[in-house]
Design a protein around this ligand. Structure first.
Ligand SMILES: NC(=O)c1ccc[n+]([C@@H]2O[C@H](COP(=O)([O-])OP(=O)(O)OC[C@H]3O[C@@H](n4cnc5c(N)ncnc54)[C@H](OP(=O)(O)O)[C@@H]3O)[C@@H](O)[C@H]2O)c1
Length: 256
């Protein structure tokens, strides 16, 4: 469970939706945004208990948060997510597209199921929530932060489908940044290195020989953690980043 830092007011009243925030990097980002004063919607797909734990962690530290179940691959559920967010806290001004899935295999072994699951969640899900954000006619500024991967720079083997979806996310980020700039909505991406999360633990990566080999290629010498990404998301969502849009920021301990 990510730790809550000292509370401050950087994002006061700036309602944030973080997709896939019940676990891993999303939980770290939701926690950091709340500590910076944003009322946060903790979105998740299946795990009510994990989502409620993140909400409790935030509220016990003095922040505001609600959990909203919605599958980002379904347009109707994304609409309901934004309706619930607006009902709870007002117009959404910060959207973090963190919900993502990954499988690693030689490209020769990629199945249609792997392809559809990753494209649906990582690319289509990101597009749907960005459309819902843009459909709000009562905001005249905002920040969208998409989760990419450092793999879009390094192109590691056995990641063809996953990295392809995130490369597409980078393109959507850069293009939407231009389309939304006249409305004062900035669009950026964070590209993490391999990290210690619920997802990478569940797949047996953390503690494995592959993880050791990966760490050997990370100049700062460790896997990322959910706490590494929260402060970067707070910065990108804040007025301090007012002149940054259409960028993909490597947050990777120097890995490229
Ligand atoms: N971990 C890494 O090494 C790493 C590196 C680079 C980039 N990233 C990116 O960072 C993001 C988070 O990764 P992570 O490892 O922290 O993930 P994780 O620990 O596996 O957690 C994923 C979260 O996303 C939710 N989710 C999955 N599909 C969803 C859907 N269709 N709708 C709504 N929520 C959904 C899950 O909800 P439920 O559990 O309730 O189903 C869970 O809360 C992903 O976009 C990933 O590609 C991760």
């Amino acid at each position: 469970m990510p730790t809550v830092g000292a509370m401050n007011d950087t994002l006061h009243h700036r309602t944030a939706v973080v997709t896939g925030a019940a676990k891993g990097i999303g939980a770290g980002i939701a926690t950091a945004l709340a500590a910076a004063g944003a009322p946060v919607v903790v979105n998740y797909r299946t795990d009510d208990t994990a989502a409620e734990r993140v909400v409790r962690n935030i509220t016990e530290a003095g922040g505001r948060a609600v959990a909203v179940r919605a599958d980002v691959t379904r347009r109707g559920e994304v609409s309901a997510l934004f309706a619930a967010a607006r009902e709870a806290f007002g117009p959404v001004r910060v959207l973090v597209n963190n919900a993502g899935v990954y499988t690693f295999a030689p490209f020769t072994d990629v199945t249609e199921e792997d392809y559809r699951r990753q494209v649906d969640t990582n690319l289509w899900g990101t597009l749907l929530t960005m459309q819902a954000m843009a459909a709000q006619n009562d905001i005249d500024d905002g920040a969208i932060i998409n989760l990419s991967t450092a793999g879009t720079v390094g192109h590691p083997p056995y990641s063809a489908m996953y990295v392809a979806t995130k490369s597409a996310v980078n393109s959507v980020t850069l293009i939407a940044a231009k389309e939304l700039a006249p409305r004062g909505i900035r669009v950026n991406a964070i590209a993490p290195s391999p990290s210690d999360t619920d997802g990478t633990r569940a797949m047996g990566f953390v503690g494995s020989p592959q993880a050791d080999a990966t760490v050997a290629g990370i100049p700062l010498g460790r896997l990322g953690t959910p706490e590494d990404y929260g402060p970067v998301a707070v910065f990108l969502a804040s007025p301090a980043a007012r002149w940054i849009t259409g960028d993909v920021l490597l947050v990777s301990g120097g890995q490229r």
